[in-house]
Design a protein around this ligand. Sequence first.
Ligand SMILES: C[S@@+](CC[C@H](N)C(=O)[O-])C[C@H]1O[C@@H](n2cnc3c(N)ncnc32)[C@H](O)[C@@H]1O
Length: 422
Amino acid sequence: MKKSTIASQLKLIDWDFSVAQKGVTTLPHWYPGTFTSQVPSALIQSLTRHGDVIFDPFSGVGTTAAEAIRLGRRVWVTDLNPIGALSSYVFCGLLALKACSEKDFEAFFKNVVDFIDESSQSIFCKDEAIDEHALDMQQYLDGMLSPSSRRFEEVVVKRPQLNNEALESWIHKSSLLELDEFLKKALTLQSPFARLFFHYMISSNIRSMSSQVKSWGHIADNVKPKAFTYKHVRSYFKKWVVRFLGSLRKTEVRANNNLFDGMVLRVDVYDWSSSDDLLSYYDIPVSAIITSPPYGDAIDYLYSQKLSFYSLGYTEEEIKILVSREIGARRKRFNKDSRRVWAEELASAVERQAKFIETGFIAAILPHKNHGREIGLNLMREQLELSGWSAFFEVDRSISQKRTRQSWTSIKQETISIFYKG
Ligand SMILES: C[S@@+](CC[C@H](N)C(=O)[O-])C[C@H]1O[C@@H](n2cnc3c(N)ncnc32)[C@H](O)[C@@H]1O
């Protein structure tokens, strides 16, 4: 498509999305600072074509990845946060499964529900005859997802155990015992994707199962509950799965079968403040980067997920190391020059990310200048222009109240900046 046509198309979009679009993805794992699926959906459809590779280097829970798969693109995502990576992997794996086999997709969820209900019919149960169906599905998924589920599990899961000291100060003892028993059973499953699914389900629910149900900031700031409330674990899981399945059924997957004849999703846990090597793995070049980099001084992405980290067996020390690498963390806001440091780390990360794309578009979404963070957008823009990219399109949009509240920040507007290199 001609550049001028793309530009006219971009101008016609209502970037505030005042009318909700049907059929887009809804991610069931909460996370602060996510963007609505409608943002990557519109960008993907305007800037790329079916089968293209899209790269989101700051992928969070995988909103861009999910829309990319839904719309029949291949996608590569990276994030420092292993919980975000887990979400991208499991959610997109399920979408890919729905796209290539509705039958397997429905069977997977039937087994999940039976497993939660402790039905002896569940083919996931270890005591049953060889779980052929789950293993067939695993093979299918391993052809589309990279790394394989077993390898990915080694990357994100440490020493999973729920009845641990760290969680005792957040969750009612009886709920914790139920959770622990549930996890132990889930870990006996043969399919690594099924085990990852249950880690994802626990991680999605653990904050609401705790007795601290105020904003994520309370978890990040270690404000422990004063009194404990018992929560029935299987009822939480059942409700979550039913809602999740309902929303996946409504998701309109537009991918065609040719796409699923090879890898469609690559997920890396990667720190952009390091200089470690990173490979794209796709044999076709990246066509667009679509990303929402971390906001400066606004959010603690990692600490907000503290309970999920405990559930996967991360120690305080392991969490602290990750936190020290987080670009722009809210926790760092009292450091001298924190905004400048954020902006410089961001610009340097973007410079390295841009090297993965020879020609095409880079779309980045950052806080609007009214929020005192224009230095981030300015340094990023300077860096991209120095690397041969030209400004192509820019638009401001309002962030919905829900997201603002969830993010615990006062940021209510952001800027979508698109760059082009031919
Ligand atoms: C605004 S969020 C992205 C949210 C995403 N668009 C979504 O909808 O889920 C920014 C992301 O940058 C990640 N991040 C922060 N520092 C990083 C680093 N050093 N390397 C890689 N990712 C980092 C955070 O973990 C967070 O997930």
